[in-house]
Design a protein. Structure first.
Length: 457
């Protein structure tokens, strides 16, 4: 992509209705974007069907959910789960009796990892085994799903698989230095990408975050063709990240978190959607704004672009409701501090000469630098310390708003999607939120702040 293609209209659902089927292709864990989309599917009266990644037993064998796990997962989802394990990635797969990719990484040390080499022919065997395991299970899942969808129904496939970090202690230490380290603890993200460890991790990110979307589209072909032949419609969506336009110096400007290592997989995800679109399949990757989730919390500073959403709410005529969001965030700060103090730190960071190279969309995803890491992580830590309670953050409150808005935007736009890749920038997020809360009546500020904390817990 040469330039981000922004979603710029507030579309409403005109396709999905009671009795249609919403398929969540990825298990629902805790907080994240998917909860907003699920809320819209429920509001439309759709039947919810989910999958599971399964669980690993003490011998590393993949198994379905047991009865207690299945009941908890279905209650969390609010629908039926097809209990066939669809664990993506190859980090825990291997030829019989052989080491897994994670085992190979575990043999590396902090002193040796940049020079250690992997046997790529062997890694390919692991990857092929994992692909066969995943696609064979996916055939079973699609056979079960086919029997759950009547002719003429509309179907919404929401891909939510992402991640793929191997659980190797040495990498967790390295990641902590890359994404959280300042000063002497800083580590170059490019050093990781240049190593065999980094190349393996990028391959696993591809498998989990991107290639699973292609598998979903390919292996649901029979369902799609049957549904469309009987008068129904089928949509595919996926969650991307490729930076976001936020308000900087009064205008919306693209910016990004650096270094977002999974960015290479997210670009591959975009390519899969483009390929499907040219084949007449309505598949769209929605590149969403930064939020805090269980997985994104590893990236210190990824939450900073959330804070300018408050500016966008006012700029897009949010009125009293927008003012309330400011006050709710103000309540979370320690005594004597104001949102003006917070924004001064954000503004200082955005305007710093160190950040200038990182506003180049065409260079994404860029490696980190010592100065950039020190500035971004330092700003994040300083703003965290400004809070009354370090576990109750402004970014939690704003993340809940973004989840709400992106769910509404994606669900509405999917009736008539306009292309394979769309950016949900802060302007459209703010417009969506303001429109949704137009008839809002003010509760007490304290109660509102309390409610916002619960939304992403």
């Amino acid at each position: 992509m040469e330039n981000p293609i922004a979603l710029n209209r507030l579309a409403e659902n005109s396709v999905f209705r009671k009795g249609d089927v919403f398929v969540l292709f990825g298990e629902l864990f805790g907080r994240g974007y998917a909860t907003g989309l699920l809320d819209e599917a429920r509001r439309a009266g759709m039947e919810i069907v989910g999958i599971t990644v399964g669980r690993r037993d003490e011998n590393n064998a993949l198994r379905p959910l047991d009865a207690e796990e299945l009941a908890a997962a279905e209650e969390r989802l609010g629908g039926k789960i097809i209990n066939i394990p669809l664990m993506a990635g190859f980090d825990l797969d291997a030829p019989a009796g052989g080491p897994t990719a994670t085992d190979l990484l575990a043999d590396m040390t902090l002193e040796s990892w940049q020079d250690d080499k992997l046997d790529w022919d062997y890694i390919k065997q692991c990857r092929d085994i994992a692909t066969a395991r995943f696609t064979n299970a996916l055939k079973e899942v699609m056979a079960a799903l086919d029997g759950m969808i009547a002719d003429g129904r509309n179907v919404f496939f929401a891909h939510t698989m992402a991640g793929g970090i191997p659980k190797a202690k040495v990498f967790l230490v390295i990641a902590n230095r890359i994404y959280k380290g300042r000063g002497a603890r800083h580590m170059s993200s490019q050093a990781l990408l240049d190593s065999d460890m980094g190349k393996l991790i990028l391959q696993n990110f591809d498998e989990v975050s991107a290639i699973t979307f292609r598998h979903l589209i390919d292996y649901s072909t029979a369902i799609r063709e049957r549904i469309e032949a009987s008068g129904g419609q089928v949509r595919y969506t996926a969650y991307g990240y490729h930076g976001t336009a936020v308000l900087i110096d009064g205008s919306y400007r693209w910016q990004t978190y650096t270094n977002y290592t999974q960015g290479y997989a997210k670009m591959r995800l975009e390519g899969i959607a483009q390929h499907a679109w040219t084949a007449g399949i309505k598949a769209t990757v929605y590149n969403c704004p930064e939020i805090r989730t269980n997985s994104s919390d590893v990236f210190t500073g990824i939450e900073l672009p959330l804070i300018p959403l408050l500016l966008a709410l006012k700029k897009e005529n949010g009125g009293q409701w927008a003012e309330y969001q400011w006050q709710a965030c103000q309540q979370l700060l320690a005594d004597g501090l104001t949102m003006k103090d917070v924004f001064q730190k954000i503004t200082d960071m955005q305007a710093n000469e160190v950040m200038r190279p990182f506003y180049d969309f065409s260079a994404w995803p860029m490696a980190n630098s010592q100065a950039q890491s020190d500035l971004t992580i330092g700003t994040s830590n300083e703003i965290t310390q400004m809070h009354r309670d370090g576990k109750v953050m402004i970014s939690d409150h704003l993340s809940a708003l973004v989840v709400e808005a992106t769910g509404q935007l994606i669900f509405g736009a999917s009736s008539e999607p306009s292309g394979p890749i769309q950016w949900l920038n802060h302007d459209i997020v703010a417009r969506r939120l303001n429109a949704s809360h137009m008839q809002w009546e003010s509760p007490s500020i304290a109660e509102g702040a309390k409610d916002s904390q619960l939304e992403v817990a």
